[in-house]
Design a protein around this ligand. Structure first.
Ligand SMILES: [Zn+2]
Length: 76
C-alpha cells in the first residue's frame, strides 16, 4: 500500500477533505481528511503530508485513533 503524494491522488483514492484547523501542539495550519478506511488524519495545509511527520510536537499524535495503517504505509 502506497500513500498518496498529492491532494489529487488523495481524492482519487477516496480521501475526503473535512476542514481546516490549527495544530493543538504547534499551532501550524492543518487540514483534516477522512481516509478511505474511515479514519481522520491531519495533513499539513495544502499538502498531502501527514502533519505528524512534520510537527515538532509529533508525540502528541501518538494515540490510537490516528490511522495506524497510514503510518505503517509511511514507514515503507
Ligand atoms: Zn503540530
Amino acid at each position: 500500500m502506497s500513500f498518496p503524494k498529492t491532494i489529487d491522488e488523495m481524492t482519487a483514492v477516496g480521501y475526503r477533505h473535512e476542514g481546516t484547523a490549527n495544530c493543538k501542539a504547534c499551532q501550524a495550519p492543518i487540514e483534516w481528511w477522512h481516509t478511505p478506511n474511515g479514519k481522520k488524519i491531519p495533513m499539513d495545509h495544502g499538502t498531502a503530508t501527514p502533519h505528524w511527520s512534520t510537527c515538532p510536537n509529533a508525540d502528541d499524535f501518538r494515540h490510537p485513533k490516528v490511522g495506524r495503517s497510514t503510518r505503517e504505509a509511511l514507514d515503507e
